[in-house]
Every structure is written in C-alpha cells, then in structure tokens.
Write a protein of this length. Structure first.
Ligand code: EJD
Length: 404
C-alpha cells in the first residue's frame, strides 16, 4: 500500500523558518523544533523539518531516498518551474551529478588551491594594512568580509573586471530563492533581470581569463570530462555559491572572535588553532542555515517515522550544529573542542565542494589580522542581513587594539 501520510504521528508546528522574526533570532525557534521531536511537520508550508544532528546527518548521507534533483529549496521542481536552469551540482543526483562534481573537486582541491595561497596571503596583508591605516575602528563586514572575497575570488575564476557589483546581489537572490516567495524574494526580483544576464555572460568561454577556474572548467569540457553545454553552468555554480557564502563565513569567524576575547588570546598564543577557529565558528553560526531534500520513495527519516514519496524535508543545519545530543555546551565558541563532523558544509555526496576555498580565504585573513592587532571587539551591535538561507550581517562595527 502506498503511504500518503507519515506512518507515525509527527508533531506539528506553526513556526515559519523564513519569517523576519525567525531570521532575526533563529535560536529559540530551532531549540523548540529540536525538542518537539526528531521530525516536525511545518504546517505553514506542508513540509517536514529536522533539527537534530542525528537525523540531519542521516538525511544528508542518504542520497538514494532523499534526492536533490527536485530542488534543495522549498520549491518542488516537479511541480514548479525553477527560477533558473537547475544547477548541475547542487540540484542533481548521481549519476548526472558525478562528472560535474568530479570537475569541481579537482579544480578546488586543497592541492590546487596551494597555488593561490601565497598571493592570497599578500592580498590579505594588504587589505588589513589598508583598513588599519584608516583607523583602529572599522566595519568587519563592509571593510573586510565583503571586500576580501571580492578581491580574490572573481580573479581566481577569471571573470571580467566590470560588473562585479552584481555578484553579491545575485548570490543574495539565489540564497533567498531557496525559501518561499516572501518579501526577501519579491522585493529583489524586479532588479534581477540584468544581474542574471550579466552572470550568464561571465560564464561564457570568451569572457573568461585563460588561467582561471572558469577556463579550467572549459578545458575539462575539451577533454571530454563534461560537455561543452555543461561548462557554463558549472562556472555559474562558482559565481552563485562562492561569494556571499564566504563573506558570511568570514564575518562569522570575526564575530566569534570579537565576542570571545579569551579565544582570541588562545589563538594568539597558538596560531595552529586557526583552522579549528574557522570550523568552530561555522559550526556555531552556520552561515548556511538550512537546505531541503525530497523523498524519492517511502523513507524512514527518523526511527519509526516513515514519510511518503515526494515529500520535502528541511534539514536545519544550524540547529543540528547546536544539538546538545551531539555537542557539549553547543552554544559556546570553544577552541578546546573538536568541532569536526559539524554539518555547516553539509555532509556526504554534496558536501561543499568549495569548502577549501572558504577555509583558505578565512584563515589567511584572520592570520593577517592576528599579525596586526592585539585584540578585536564589537564597537556596536552588528546589523543583521536577513536572507532565507544565509545567516549574516550587513554591518559589524569593531574596534581593534594596537599591537604592543
Ligand atoms: C550552495 C549551500 C550552484 C550552487 C551550489 C551550491 C550552493 C548554491 C548554489 C552553497 C548551497 O551550483 O549554483 S551553500
């Protein structure tokens, strides 16, 4: 018999994980969802949500039962036309996913990124010097977190110098579009036409420098690893997923350090904790808050909870990363813990292919900061940036102490 409703009673909730109230302060809502049960039905959207680490982890690693090809946002691509041609990486399952993924993995491997590390260190040092030359107080978002990725990543991809102001709005829209058509989407939509057009142009071979990630994706098509029709869409993935995410990630690390002076000092004493500081900050703040899968068949998504085929399941990465069942003192930013296994980059087959880029950008920038200031504190309450998927800020005034 085909299941049309869950096989056990699932608690329901009227929490809207895309409301302004939720986006402004998701933690109490995520706590409530985590404690309601391993799976909760969100009445407002007719979808299921999981907020505990174990179920989120299980869902992320079960690509057979929980597909991505129906979209990893709220919209079901079976029923609704997506706002742009689906991503070959994000919105695809094996076997179609595999060749694009292999190209992305080789391109963005730690080994390949080592070639960029020296230049990015110099760029980070220059940026922090420039910022500090203007004063010890600055904005960690608009002066640093937004500037550094835009300074290094578009050049690494090899796109043109003009129009780069389109990158952040495009990413912001794409991440909003994983949610419902709320005001965050509909307010920005009228401005998106030329932005989408510009992005598409940047993905074409003739508009890419001949030594960047973009050219290397086209070269992979020449070698037959992917088709020439696929190449521009894979370049588009870098431009969609590679900017706003790293801006948010850098801001998360700065925020964690600025609000935990003892952990800043621990990092000053032992710079080898820097990679851990990055992981712990993304665990704690989860720049990417949530994603969806869609059941391909009747699926037991938690012990005893069997969902019908074709259901949307929301995975609350941010909630899983603060589940006390998995983490002791989950709300602490603690460089003495091992945060590995967090799901801020997802897990499994789709786990962030760009994570080494994010890690490198963040660590070289914080390293440059550690070289140049003795301490960093918030100078005012940061201004949140509301987005249906990303948890970040528009502004974060900080003040630094000079090295003594
Ligand atoms: C993403 C969560 C794309 C694409 C890939 C990944 C993301 C967004 C877009 C980054 C999802 O292929 O266009 S963090």
């Amino acid at each position: 018999m085909t299941l049309t409703a869950p096989r056990v009673d699932v608690p329901t909730s009227d929490i809207d994980p895309f409301s302004d109230e939720y986006l402004r302060d998701p933690l109490p809502f995520q706590h409530e969802l985590r404690e309601l049960g391993p799976v909760v039905r969100l009445e407002r959207y007719g979808v299921y949500a999981m907020a505990r680490f174990a179920e989120v982890h299980r869902a992320l690693t079960d690509w057979q039962s929980l597909q991505s090809a129906a979209g990893v946002g709220l919209a079901d691509f079976v029923k609704e036309k997506p706002w742009r041609p689906p991503s070959l990486l994000l919105e695809a399952d094996p076997p179609r996913h595999d060749a694009p993924r292999a190209v992305g993995e080789r391109l963005l491997s730690p080994r390949k990124l080592r070639a960029l590390q020296g230049r990015w260190r110099v760029d980070a040092a220059e940026l922090v010097d420039d910022v500090l030359a203007r004063g010890s107080a600055f904005d960690a978002v608009t002066d640093l977190a937004q500037v550094f990725p835009l300074r290094v990543f578009p050049d690494a991809v090899g796109i043109g110098k003009t129009g780069r102001e389109n990158l952040l709005p495009y990413g912001d829209f794409a991440f909003n579009a994983f949610g419902p058509r709320n005001a965050l989407v509909t307010d920005a939509q009228p401005r998106m036409g030329p932005v989408v057009e510009w992005i598409g142009q940047q993905c074409m071979r003739e508009n890419l420098a001949d030594d960047g990630f973009g050219a290397q994706i086209w070269a992979a098509a020449d070698r037959g690893e992917i088709t020439h029709e696929q190449a521009p869409l894979i370049v588009r993935s870098l431009l969609t997923a590679g900017v706003d995410t790293t801006v948010t990630g850098i801001a998360a690390v700065v925020h964690a350090l600025a609000t935990h002076p003892d952990q800043w000092r621990a990092l000053q004493r032992d710079r080898s904790l820097l990679p851990r500081a990055f992981e712990e900050a993304v665990r704690l703040l989860s720049p990417v808050q949530a994603f969806f899968r869609t059941t391909t068949t009747e699926t037991e998504i938690a012990d005893g909870v069997v969902l019908p085929s074709g259901e949307k399941v929301m995975m609350l990465l941010g909630a899983a990363n603060r589940d006390h069942r998995k983490w002791r003192t989950p709300g602490a930013f603690d460089l003495s813990r091992d945060p590995s296994g967090h799901v801020a980059f997802g897990m499994g087959l789709h786990q962030c292919v760009g994570q080494h880029v994010a890690r490198l950008e963040s660590t070289v920038l914080i390293d440059a900061l550690l070289d140049r200031v003795d301490g960093i504190e918030l100078a005012a309450e940061p201004t949140l940036h509301l987005n249906n998927t990303l948890r970040g800020w528009d502004a974060m005034p900080v003040v630094t102490a000079p090295l003594t």
